[in-house]
Design a binder for this molecule. Sequence first.
Ligand code: G6P
Length: 601
Amino acid sequence: MCGIVGYLGEKEAVPLLLEGLKRLEYRGYDSSGVAILNGKSIARTKCAGKIASLEQALAQQPLHGSVGIGHTRWATHGRPNDDNAHPHTDCHHRIAVVHNGIFENYLEIKERLLKEGHQFRTDTDTEIIPHLIESYYKGNLEEAVMKALKEVRGSYALGVVCQDERNKIIAARMGSPLVIGIGKNETFIASDIPAFLSHTREALLVEDGEIAVITPEGVQLFGEDGKKVDRASFQVLWDAAMAEKGGYKHFMLKEIQEQPKVVSETLAGRLRENSIELDVEMPKKFGRVVFTAAGTAYHAGMVGKYLFETLAKIPAEVELSSEFRYRELCMSKDTLVIAISQSGETADTLAAAREAKQRGHDVIAITNGMGSSLAREVPSFFTRAGIEIGVAATKTFLAQLTAITLLALKTAEDRKTLSPAEFKKIVSEFHRIPELVELALKRENEIRQCAKLFGQRKDFLYLGRHIHYPIALEGALKLKEISYIHAEGYAGGEMKHGPIALIDEEVPVVALALESPVYEKLLSNIQEVRARDATILAVAESGNEQIKKYADHVFYVPKTHWLLSPILGVLPLQLLAYYIADRKGCDVDQPRNLAKSVTVE
Ligand code: G6P
């Protein structure tokens, strides 16, 4: 939530800060602002609304200078209005701060500062920081920042500038992502690498508790104890072009279409001819698996549960990380915890992984976030989806499913829980999956037509059973996230225990009628809702003619081994959500109230 950027160099800062903020807009987009050191003082522009509003304001009243900080906000404390937009300043506007995170003890600090005579202008927690820094400032910004940070509790990635030190930015991190981009005669700070990727690929990570002092002479890192930290920078392998739309109307559509490549990249070198090779250290012995994740990643974990049970005969469960972290964890010592997170920054998932680790469990991660907080704390199995900009996860979900299937198959291989013939069959089908994903996506037009027919409906139900139940949940989540249409995912067998009361001729029911041991039971569930006048949109394998008798529309996907079919089954649902939302004129890439990575609790 929230994105911060900073620039110190020889160029005009504003265009570079705006470019960085646009790249980070996925982290929040309800208001934004910049502060520039213009030689005399700090000039600041900030406003409610998307970054386009800020851009407009800056076009009308340009700010000049080559050192500055910027922010895009996802409101936590205080409404998203002009006042609460960052950067925030001290009483005399000499110090400006951008912040991502939450200061938990801000109220008590604010009260004290008010008594000391500081003037507050916003409802944010962040505003305590410029005032605290002001109270400690004696001509050395880093010293004042260090002292101020000793008083706060909570999470932060900060960028700070001061009008009395015109060639300096201080950055600090505790629990929120922060990375430095090192260019030629210029340095960037950002919440995420894409913010500066078109200018430099050399990046330096800032760790929790550290502060970075950025001047024209370079970057110096200091630990909590004030001692200098030496850390090498690294080269980012991503391509800046990944963060461009490349002719597509929306990032989401581009990312949906990238999925064949994403799956084959995630399989590369891991799926061998007739074996699995993993580049993550799995514990030798574990008797149980618990997945923990949020949002779409949670649905991937649910698929993982069925895969570990069916392929490797290991009991598996999945827990929302926001629940897991506060439970009495009565897990046997041999439980392997697998945290799944696209970003590797979701606060609840990080906390859940930490809690499990602290209790002595083996913990690994499945993440797309190289260099993310999660990846730095636990051994990680990386999905290779590249940057995902659309807030609604698509390609990273497919990459997670691919990764989880690899882990489950490897466990099955090690434990010999499948016959050699069955193992070989699944592996050889897995090799075909990228090609089958491509084939499935070719039916985009049929789905677009269907979106026209049903896009005005107010409620949708999604049904699935067994390994396709999580896909029903994911299909419903995609639709509600980006089109704001009410949608629920249900396990087919649960329909008659309540949701069937909602059915009438106005409610389309999307049924995952893919092959599985309970396919016929799902057909019965379709019959039950059909008898109550629902319209049925079914997802089924090519060649399944029988389903036409049950469904009003069929989205066909290529046939594969049923345990791999979630990877194909979700594709029409992503496209359906996309085309319905696009027809409604919704902001597909940046749906209201959401943020791509939720770095606050
Ligand atoms: C947010 C995003 C979702 C995502 C979830 C978990 O809610 O909007 O798309 O699934 O966070 O994110 P993670 O990065 O941990 O996978």
